[in-house]
Design a protein around this ligand. Structure first.
Ligand SMILES: Cc1ncc(COP(=O)(O)O)c(C=O)c1O
Length: 393
């Protein structure tokens, strides 16, 4: 198909040309001076995107799932009790990994589309007098439903309960797109992935680790070798890794972090808020319900949209890809066939979002879903115009 494809799944996201070009280079010696300089450049820039001065950034090769496993094996021991909240596919995944690693997971299963209620965190922790829970597993942005949890409120609930558990946060689809503050929010381990807000291909998972988590790591007995963060932090001091790192991805990361810095993190968040709201206004113009139970908790990086009974939502991404080269997210788990998702994160602008909404409208109409053609796009245009600066004269 001529023209560009529209990759609007909620990760992997579009890779900016500058990032592609930064990776288009000969391989380097991963112990040579150029690579050492690269490591020393990238780590401080990662601190900025995590908004941390005291947290240690740790890079592993692997997808986000590997990062979740790394967060657990470095902080916990077999039989440790952890508290988890299932609000969608990925929060359940975090809990499942902990279970398979041999932790005792107490999982509160909540409706898909809801957020983690801070009061429930408080209730569970304040009832734990001993205290037995070693960690709280939280998700920042639940990609399968399209909601964003209030991590500072969860931290506040933990503090109010006076509970010493570590706060482990999956921000795989949040970091680099929506507000995340490692230090200010008192996060102990944050897990990110390269293929979302960090504008890279899949392949890296990046953690930020607090001093408390590092200390917990010294006593933690879950088996680990590749995912042991201590040797990574040790080797990184000299600019190396204890294994052969994905050198070219790291050149891409260096450039991607520059792009985020040049735009400014606050502006990056504001852009995602603008685009996310534009998509929500379109969905409302179509009179389709969001998967998010409450509008205020709907995510600025991904929108989950339910279809009326009798329509197979799995057909939407199939047809949009086939007809228009537009990749949309499918409904996962209980949302399979009931909902589809539009990813609106990473390197993305207003006109691209309008094109995507136009493609979704045509796809829905072709499938016989009763949407008023043009009204979603129009609602989004009005929103963008209402937020754009007037032109003098
Ligand atoms: C919030 C969240 N957690 C975990 C994962 C799993 O990451 P990966 O597929 O990179 O292993 C994803 C992937 O989309 C995600 O969005």
């Amino acid at each position: 198909m001529p023209g560009r494809d529209f990759l609007q799944v909620p990760g992997p996201t579009n890779i900016p040309g500058r990032v592609l070009r930064a990776m288009d280079r000969p391989a380097v010696d991963h112990r040579g001076p150029e690579f050492i300089a690269l490591t020393h450049r990238v780590l401080p820039k990662l601190r900025e995107v995590f908004r941390t001065e005291r947290g240690a950034p740790v890079i592993f090769m692997g997808s986000g799932t590997a990062g979740l496993e790394a967060a657990l094996v470095n902080t916990l021991s077999p039989g440790d009790r952890v508290l988890a909240f299932g609000i969608g596919h990925f929060s359940h995944l975090f809990a499942r990994i902990a279970t398979r690693l041999g932790c005792e997971v107490e999982l509160s299963g909540l409706p898909w589309g809801s957020v983690i209620p801070p009061d429930l965190v408080y209730d569970r922790l304040s009832a734990d007098r001993e205290p037995r829970y070693k960690a709280v597993l939280a998700i920042h942005n639940e990609t399968s439903t399209g909601v964003t949890c209030d991590i500072p409120a969860i931290r506040e609930a933990m503090d109010r309960a006076g509970h010493p558990a570590l706060l482990l946060v999956d921000t795989i689809s949040g970091l680099g797109s929506i507000d995340f503050r490692f230090d200010e929010w008192g996060v102990d381990v944050a897990v990110a992935g390269s293929q979302k807000g960090l504008l890279l291909p899949p392949g890296l998972t990046i953690l930020a680790v607090s001093d408390r988590a590092l200390r917990a790591g010294e006593a933690a007995r879950l088996p680990r070798h590749f995912f042991d963060w201590a040797p990574v932090i040790e080797f990184n001091r000299k600019g190396f890794f204890p294994f052969t790192p994905a050198t070219l991805l790291l050149f891409g990361l260096d450039e991607a972090l520059d792009l985020l810095q040049e735009e400014g993190l606050e502006q990056v968040y504001a852009r995602h808020a603008l685009l996310g709201e534009g998509v929500r206004r379109a969905v409302e113009a179509w009179s389709l319900p969001l998967v998010a139970q409450e509008r205020a908790t709907a995510s600025d990086v991904v929108t989950g949209i339910r279809l009326p009974e009798g329509h197979d939502a799995a057909r939407v991404p199939e047809l949009s890809a086939e007809r228009y080269g537009l990749s949309l997210g499918v409904g996962i788990g209980p949302l399979q066939g009931k909902a589809f998702r539009i990813g609106h994160l990473g390197s993305l602008n207003e006109l691209e979002v309008l094109a995507v909404l136009g493609g979704v409208e045509m796809t829905l109409a072709t499938l016989g879903v009763p949407v008023p053609i043009g009204e979603g796009v129009t609602a989004c245009q009005h929103w963008f115009l209402s937020r754009s600066a007037p032109v003098a004269g």
